[in-house]
Write a protein of this length. Structure first.
Length: 103
């Protein structure tokens, strides 16, 4: 994603590999960042209402092969306007993505 010119932070770069979901979401909110988790809990709109975050792109690719994830992310970045990601839940799959937006 950095190759695409995006400002990205990885959990391991932050030295927070064991951080809770709530801690990661709070950090993303403070820094006004979208999250790109594999964890399905981030897609739970009861836990994380759409209006409460700057966007979640839940990676739902199994098995999680790096080449498939990179290809799916490239397609997503070509088709989705990142300026509109705030308050959105995106489910990224191998063959495309689905978007749910807050009201």
């Amino acid at each position: 994603m950095r190759d695409e010119g995006l400002d990205v932070k990885e959990v391991r770069e932050l030295r927070m590999p064991a951080a809770s979901d709530a801690t990661l979401m709070d950090l993303a909110r403070r820094e006004k960042r979208a999250l790109l988790p594999f964890d399905r809990h981030f897609a739970n709109i009861l836990l994380y209402p759409l209006s409460s975050h700057c966007g979640v792109v839940r990676i739902r690719i199994h098995p999680p092969l790096l080449s498939d994830i990179i290809q799916a992310l490239k397609q997503f970045l070509r088709k989705f306007d990142l300026e509109t990601i705030r308050g959105s839940l995106i489910i990224l799959e191998r063959d495309g993505f689905r978007v749910r937006r807050g009201f």
